[in-house]
Design a protein around this ligand. Structure first.
Ligand SMILES: Cc1cc2nc3c(=O)[nH]c(=O)nc-3n(C[C@H](O)[C@H](O)[C@H](O)COP(=O)(O)O)c2cc1C
Length: 174
């Protein structure tokens, strides 16, 4: 029997934005492109922003949010690439500032230092995106080689519809 080639491993970091409810679309698209996927969510995102059971069923792995204990084995292999989608104002600013007080942030800070490709789809309202700290954060992260999709505010259009969130763009950016 021939051994199956190991697929590259993608970390999907999920932050607490409303659009996170649709993260299954990103996971399916990544799997179609032959990524093996593990999800790391912020602690706030774990509080009802997406269906964790559905994501676990889809990826075949637990959703990670807390640090493992030193005695525990690493639950995921090291990443070949990382996608942050949706990325919140809070997480983008903390990441750029080098804060690592959640597993998601620690993973992002480390991945940048390991030269792992990172793609980010922000979901940040216009009023927050105008904050100078956010603009500085984007500049700093871009300077570290982090790739960003287009701005997305998460706000409804005048006709009541919501523009599509370009989930697959994250994969194109890698
Ligand atoms: C229903 C709801 C939707 C939210 N949507 C967004 C959003 O689209 N973008 C954003 O930056 N923050 C949003 N927030 C605020 C974040 O959840 C909040 O800043 C949180 O601290 C982010 O934590 P995290 O970055 O660790 O995930 C939303 C909050 C709620 C309650």
């Amino acid at each position: 029997m021939t051994e199956q080639a190991q697929k590259p491993f993608l970390y999907v970091v999920v932050c607490a934005a409303g659009i996170a409810a649709d993260v299954g679309r990103l996971i399916s698209a990544a799997q179609e492109r032959h990524w093996d996927v593990g999800v790391i969510a912020t602690p706030v995102a774990m509080g009802g922003f997406f269906d964790t059971a559905a994501v676990e069923a889809r990826t075949g792995r637990p959703v990670r949010s807390a640090w493992r204990t030193p005695a525990d084995p690493r639950p995921f292999p090291p990443p070949d690439a990382v996608v942050v989608a949706p990325a919140t104002f809070n997480t983008v600013n903390k990441w750029a500032a080098g804060i690592a007080d959640t597993l998601a942030l620690g993973t992002l800070c480390e991945a940048a230092g390991l030269d792992v490709p990172i793609a980010v789809l922000p979901c940040v309202a216009g009023a927050l995106a105008a904050h100078p700290a956010y603009r500085d954060s984007l500049e700093r992260l871009r300077g570290m080689g982090v790739r960003f999709g287009d701005a997305y505010t998460g706000e409804d259009r005048p006709d009541g519809g919501r523009p599509d969130f370009a989930w697959e763009r994250a994969l194109d950016l890698l």
